[in-house]
Design a protein around this ligand. Structure first.
Ligand code: ZN
Ligand code: ZN
Length: 171
């Protein structure tokens, strides 16, 4: 089962590599979950446009997922919907499929030495899981709130002020 879920993040981009510049492949990935460290992103929905560039493939995507948070004010656990946009560039494993000689590869890499290079695998598949993780992590708030106007916890009597009132004068 775990393997089946994992494969949903792999997309075959062979058709774009043998196609023309400007070709677009639209991919929708739904209802998958992604585990990262001890956290889980659930009900992921991602829309990605893969666009054939000259020697690479550009991916422009939108992703959303459900994510469990602990409210920074009242400490209640809630599920939040987070969403993010991302753009990524993928280099083919083999350039010959695009009609180029493979020595182009080394040349391009030297020019883009500062970029973290994302490569397709030998079968021209892209693995989207790390891109998804990075993009979802960037959407997580540092101090998440269960709701916009969470009243928090009384520091004196420790009541959750979203549910109860207290008579302390501390707030
Ligand atoms: Zn709260
Ligand atoms: Zn109180």
């Amino acid at each position: 089962m775990q393997n089946k879920n994992k494969n949903k993040f792999h997309v075959n981009l062979s058709s774009l590599l043998i196609g023309n510049i400007g070709d677009i492949k639209k991919v929708i990935i739904k209802e998958v979950e992604l585990l990262s460290n001890n956290e889980t992103f659930n009900n992921i929905i991602a829309n990605i446009n893969f666009i054939r560039a000259d020697k690479t493939i550009i991916a422009k995507g939108k992703i959303r997922a459900n994510f469990k948070i602990i409210c920074s004010r009242c400490s209640e656990e809630t599920v939040q919907v987070i969403s993010s946009n991302y753009e990524e560039e993928y280099f083919p494993y083999n350039y010959d499929i695009m009609g180029f000689h493979n020595h182009i590869e080394d040349y391009d890499y030297e020019n883009e030495i500062d970029l973290q290079i994302q490569k397709l695998d030998k079968r021209n598949f892209v693995d989207l899981s790390s891109t998804f993780k990075n993009s979802l992590y960037s959407a997580i708030s540092i101090a998440p709130k269960c709701k916009e106007h969470c009243k928090g916890i009384c520091i004196n009597c420790l009541k959750n002020l979203n549910y109860e009132k207290c008579l302390c004068k501390t707030h």
